[in-house]
Design a protein around this ligand. Sequence first.
Ligand SMILES: [Zn+2]
Length: 259
Amino acid sequence: MSIPNTYKTEAIVLKHADLGEADRILTLCTSNLGKLRAVVKGARRTTSKLAGHVEPLTHCSMMLVRGRQMDIVSQSQTIESFLPIRNDLWLTAQALYLVELTDVFTSEATENYPVYKLLLDALHHLSRIRHVTLLFRYFELQLVGHVGYQPQLRQCLNCQLPLEPVQNLFSPSGGGVLCPNCAHTEPVIQPISVNTLKVLRLLQRGDWATASRLRLNPDLSRELERVIQGYARYLLEREIKSTSFLDRLRKEGIGSSSD
Ligand SMILES: [Zn+2]
């Protein structure tokens, strides 16, 4: 059976870049094909009918044609343009943070519907709320979970006993929480209070309707940010290091199939 030459998908436009004289390359977060890069021919011409439907932060329904190097967008219909976000510089900056995070944490052509849905829902929530801190923490924790790094928050990473309601320790490299007795088993740890751990567990459940009713005091908010962003940063640095490590191996001819 031959692969069809055209296909349809729903997508959120994460970003775009200029290509050649008049074209654009889009980075898309799709509902069924993961992250995808595609070309829009003539998108920078004033006469382009597609240009208005392929702007970053647009949720759209697209028709694509398979290309030799990159697929080409042949049609695009806006489903949602998130006008309240677009019309507000501050909200735009917040939305771009969510988009950027999605971009760096996902890989091309790896189907991940939960990530697509998470981003879409977050953009809808963002245009309705004024306090984005909690939404950001929810988004960050859900995102790392959906790409395979769900932190362990109920049992100790080392002894596997249920965590007691005392000050425990968060370990980014271990991917979760250690009880005080096992603190020595990971090199980098940070204290995590009972309340922060409770909030993390609630955010991890993926129920935004309940999570959004939380009210965080400044101390709790700061600790939550330190734990989640510290974990996300650790994951990204590890990812970046392993990629450049692989590149080096390839350059040196190690790990390639040509030996
Ligand atoms: Zn333990």
